[in-house]
Design a protein around this ligand. Structure first.
Ligand code: DOR
Length: 343
């Protein structure tokens, strides 16, 4: 097959940033019908005023429908979330970034304190607002010791399991699933689903960290970190399974090259390659028929949205990913891609 048309996809998790960084990347997302725009800015998007202003800014320059992943933070209250959902139903999801686990998560709530915010989760359950979790924990709660980055998602499994039991009707999505343990947990609870980023299909832990666990390739450093073969194989199998519980979300997270190299910022800017990488991934696994459900159907169904009407077309044609894009080093820089989006 040399050409394939599929229904227009959605990106259920992207960091569109703000200011010049946002201006550098935002047009790349016009290929999608809907984009969940994460609110982990330096000043986190966590109240009605900030959500409206961030969303209007995005809306004024794009073709896609922005849905804001508004942050659950220490400033969140039930009253604020009632207002938000009254006004913006279907245009806002709740994003839970536990305190300290990644970029701009300082105002996040630590796992053990989450129970104090259960009234907000009850509201989300009643009103069918998706609850998106960055499922990692960075410290052992008993000893206070830092957990190695590679083990942080697995360490969060018991916390996610408790939440899944406490809220049987809540739409809980585990963002960028990266471990076999989390895939297994998702499979055993009806209220859990998991989004998959190409980051965890394409990269391995040993491409990023040496044997002592030292980071040597900051351009492949994102969180949750790339995993070793055992876990990567489980993510690949979940993506290829065709199970509606697993669907695409890019987790595109640009940082300017200088910032990334100087401050070792986590985040892969994969927006240039996501769809063509996935087209190649499904084609090479002889599973092209699973491509469209993965990128364009299962996520929309999970979150209760109609499928997009438009289609996009791919052609088998090579091109090389640029080494630098508007000051940002793209994921897969220099790689020869086998498919191209042509219309
Ligand atoms: O690698 C990551 N970068 N993971 C996240 O969860 C946040 C993101 C960012 O905002 O840079």
């Amino acid at each position: 097959m040399t050409e394939i048309s599929i229904r227009q996809p959605d990106d259920w998790h992207a960091h569109l940033r703000i200011g010049s960084l946002s201006e550098s990347v935002i047009d790349l997302f016009n290929v999608y019908g809907r984009v969940v725009c994460m609110g982990n800015l330096a000043d986190p998007i966590d109240n009605l005023h900030k959500i409206i202003s961030y969303r209007s800014n995005i809306l004024s320059s794009v073709d896609f429908l922005p849905i804001i992943g508004a942050m659950l933070t220490k400033n969140s209250t039930l009253e604020k979330w009632i207002k938000i959902t009254n006004l913006l139903y279907g245009r806002v999801f709740i994003k839970y970034l536990p305190e300290g686990v990644t970029t701009n998560s300082e105002s996040g709530i630590a796992w053990p304190e989450l129970e104090n915010y259960y009234p907000i989760l009850e509201l989300a359950q009643d009103r069918r607002i998706p609850f998106l979790i960055h499922a990692e924990i960075d410290r052992d709660l008993k000893t206070g010791e830092l957990i190695p980055e590679i083990a942080r998602e697995k360490a969060a499994v018991p916390y996610v399991e408790k939440l899944a039991r406490d809220f049987p009707e809540l739409i809980i999505n585990i963002e960028h699933v990266s471990t076999r343990a989390m895939v297994d947990l998702i499979m055993t609870h009806d209220n859990l689903s998991g989004s998959i980023s190409p980051n965890h299909l394409a990269h391995r832990y040993e491409d990023v960290f040496d044997e002592q666990g030292n980071l040597f390739n900051v351009h492949k450093y994102f969180k949750p970190v790339a995993k070793a073969k055992y876990d990567q194989a489980a993510i690949i199998a979940a993506a290829l399974s065709g199970d509606k519980k697993f669907f695409f979300a890019s987790d595109s997270a640009p940082h300017y090259q200088a910032d990334k190299e100087k401050f070792q910022k986590a985040g892969a800017f994969n927006a240039l390659t996501n769809l063509t990488y996935l087209c190649e991934f499904f084609a090479e696994h002889n599973a092209l028929e699973k491509f469209e459900p993965f990128v364009s159907e299962s996520g929309a169904r999970r979150y209760g949205f109609p499928l997009n009407d438009r289609t996009i077309k791919f052609r088998r044609e090579t091109w090389t990913v640029s080494l630098i894009y508007r000051g940002i080093v793209p994921d897969l820089a220099g790689r020869i891609m086998k498919w191209k989006v042509i219309e």
